[in-house]
Design a protein around this ligand. Structure first.
Ligand SMILES: CSC[C@H]1O[C@H](OP(=O)(O)O)[C@H](O)[C@@H]1O
Ligand SMILES: Nc1ncnc2[nH]cnc12
Length: 293
């Protein structure tokens, strides 16, 4: 879909509103997948339409494992988002990625358990490609924006999504390092999977808050260290969103991710479950309704 940008921002720990928005208004968006984390804050930054959702709700009410990621992504799609930038606090599993740095995530290892991780269901089976889970265009713009906001950013990092809410043991932390994971958090999955199913180009800008628990001579991560780093660097994340809006080209060219479902649904048309199709009106309406966008 070429045309205008409607930039969805999913704000993680420490990011519960966006001061820079003009004409701001919180709107309740109903989802066919249950309750989203909160209302969506709508407005404009540098002329770009922005839709902001605090991932854990205002006041940080929702555990990572209890987030209704399906409702969140479905609501952002219904709110008209064309692209989604997720912002997340993460632990670092790599020495050069120091607390206070940012990382533009480009790969995931998913260790979450028991979370609803697809919009599809019996009666409507789909398999989207997840080889390249992140939109390189949006991720590149977001990394440029962090630099313009004065941050240090690493382009390309593998994110280990853990279940939580407890932090990792030292043995787990070392194991994930041996797998090549560079940052660790609790929310990037299934969010990234669901964004792809919803044909929304997704990027994850991770803010490193701690060194997790793999450094033997140092204390294991605790939440007070995380909050301290988050408060010291949250302003860069907020400023980066403003810079991102300012640097997006006026016209949004189509992305291949806009049509991720094109050949993904394999259930024969006559076998499709009407109720499941109805629930997917926003996520998959483009393909289910004869390919119109
Ligand atoms: C506050 S520390 C752990 C918490 O922070 C991260 O949240 P988010 O990804 O939403 O920024 C992490 O995933 C945990 O949920
Ligand atoms: N060390 C860590 N593990 C999981 N999630 C985090 N979020 C911030 N730091 C984290």
């Amino acid at each position: 879909m070429s045309g205008e940008w409607v930039l969805g921002i999913i704000g993680g720990s420490g990011l519960y509103a966006m001061d820079a928005l003009e004409d701001e208004q919180w709107i309740e968006v109903k989802s066919s997948f249950g309750e989203p984390s909160d209302a969506i804050l709508c407005g404009r930054i540098a002329g770009v339409k922005v839709r902001f959702l605090p991932r854990h709700g205002r006041g940080h009410r929702i555990l990572p494992g209890q987030l209704n990621a399906r409702a969140n992504i479905d609501a952002m799609k219904r709110a008209g988002c064309t692209d989604l930038l997720a912002i997340s606090a993460v632990g670092s599993l790599s020495e050069p990625l120091a607390p206070g740095h940012f990382a533009a995530v480009d790969q995931f290892i998913d260790r979450t358990q028991g979370r609803a991780s697809t919009f599809f269901d019996n009666g409507l089976v789909a398999h989207v490609s997840m080889g390249d889970p992140v939109c390189p265009r949006l991720s590149g713009y977001a990394a440029d924006a962090v630099e313009r906001a004065g941050g240090t950013v690493r382009r390309g990092a593998t994110y280990l999504a853990m279940e939580g809410p407890q932090f990792s043991t030292r043995a787990e932390s070392k194991l994930y390092r041996s797998w090549g994971a560079e940052v660790i958090g609790m929310t990037g999955m299934p969010e990234a999977r669901l964004a792809r199913e919803a044909e929304l180009p997704y990027a994850l800008m991770a803010m490193v808050t701690d060194y997790d628990s793999w450094r033997d001579k140092e204390a294991a991560v605790d939440v007070s260290d995380i909050l301290e780093t988050m408060h010291a660097n949250g302003e860069i994340a907020r400023k980066a969103v403003e810079k991102l809006c300012a640097l997006l080209p006026e016209r949004r060219e189509a992305s291949p991710i806009d049509t991720a479902l094109e050949h993904a649904i394999i259930t024969a048309p006559e076998q499709r479950d009407r109720a499941v199709m109805a629930r997917l009106d926003a996520v998959a309406g483009r393909v289910l309704n004869g390919g119109q966008s």
